[in-house]
Design a protein around this ligand. Structure first.
Ligand SMILES: C[S@@+](CC[C@H](N)C(=O)[O-])C[C@H]1O[C@@H](n2cnc3c(N)ncnc32)[C@H](O)[C@@H]1O
Length: 260
């Protein structure tokens, strides 16, 4: 490849992810930064050790961490921030403890903290690379959020201890069995009357848009589209269920744990 070609590629990447993220990619000591979040005894599940979005090494790479926000903005029509605000609007009451499962770079987690400044907010993700980005974003926004590396379907957190559990854009990245395991774990974590909110792809619509799901090169999104989050929630024991279809290709599912 000529120097000119290399420069053009660098410029293209810079335009896509921004100069700040490119610098971060080049200059951050990723291993050291990740070590601050890494749980030594954590084993990555086999379904997770995949090349998500065509990135070799998937979420366990700096490439995933620095490109995620740019790609997600493009993949969330009509407007990513609007979509995330719709999730916040579905929240009932004033939650005091909130857990965001599969928090990624923390875009929803930070909005949750901004909407409920008094609440203790925890963002949990398997990828220390994504948590490094989430933490940087929270610091820039001046928000105090606790970040934890963990498996969403077996968090090890205390039962009945959260008013609200959320999972945004997580389930289309999991095999359906694992999504159901996450919903069971969230029900365990919610206190009686607590709320579970899921923002993800519109399953009815994605079933008919196979080319789109193939374009994003996610190993499980077609399996996700074939099923129903509302049906999963019902069979697992959530109450007062609803599905709201949003924008072009998204949905929000809500359910509650039975009050005492
Ligand atoms: C598509 S991203 C969504 C990130 C974020 N919630 C958002 O709304 O942008 C999926 C995230 O889930 C994480 N993830 C996937 N499987 C997980 C699991 N079993 N437990 C915890 N995190 C998981 C990935 O590392 C990734 O950061």
């Amino acid at each position: 490849m000529t120097t000119l070609q290399q420069q053009l590629i660098r410029m293209g990447v810079r335009l896509l992810i921004g100069a700040q993220n490119q610098q971060l990619y080049n200059n951050l000591d990723w291993e050291k930064s990740c070590a601050a979040f890494a749980q030594g005894d954590l084993k990555y599940p086999d379904y997770y050790n995949q090349d998500f979005h065509g990135i070799e090494g998937g979420y366990l790479t700096p490439v995933a961490a620095v490109t995620y926000d740019a790609v997600t903005a493009w993949a969330s029509p009509p407007n990513e921030t609007w979509l995330r605000h719709q999730l916040i609007k579905q929240i009932t009451g004033q939650p005091e403890r909130i857990l965001d499962l599969g928090c990624g770079t923390g875009s929803t987690t930070i909005l949750l903290k901004q909407a409920f400044p008094q609440a203790e907010v925890i963002g949990l993700d398997l990828s220390p690379y994504m948590l490094v980005m989430a933490d940087r974003k929270a610091q820039q926004a001046n928000e105090r959020i606790q970040w934890a590396q963990g498996v969403a379907e077996a968090t090890g957190l205390e039962a009945d201890s959260f008013d609200l559990v959320t999972a945004s854009m997580l389930f289309h990245e999991l095999p359906p069995m694992q999504s159901q395991a996450v919903l069971r774990e969230a029900l365990r974590l919610c206190q009686p009357g607590g709320q579970m909110l899921v923002l993800d792809g519109n399953q009815k619509r994605l079933r008919r848009l196979q080319r789109l799901t193939q374009l994003f090169r996610e190993p499980y999104s077609q399996m996700y589209a074939a099923e129903s989050v509302e049906r999963w929630m019902q069979s697992i024991g959530y109450e007062t269920l609803s599905t709201q279809y949003l924008g072009w290709i998204h949905q929000i599912n809500t359910g509650y744990k039975t009050p005492n």
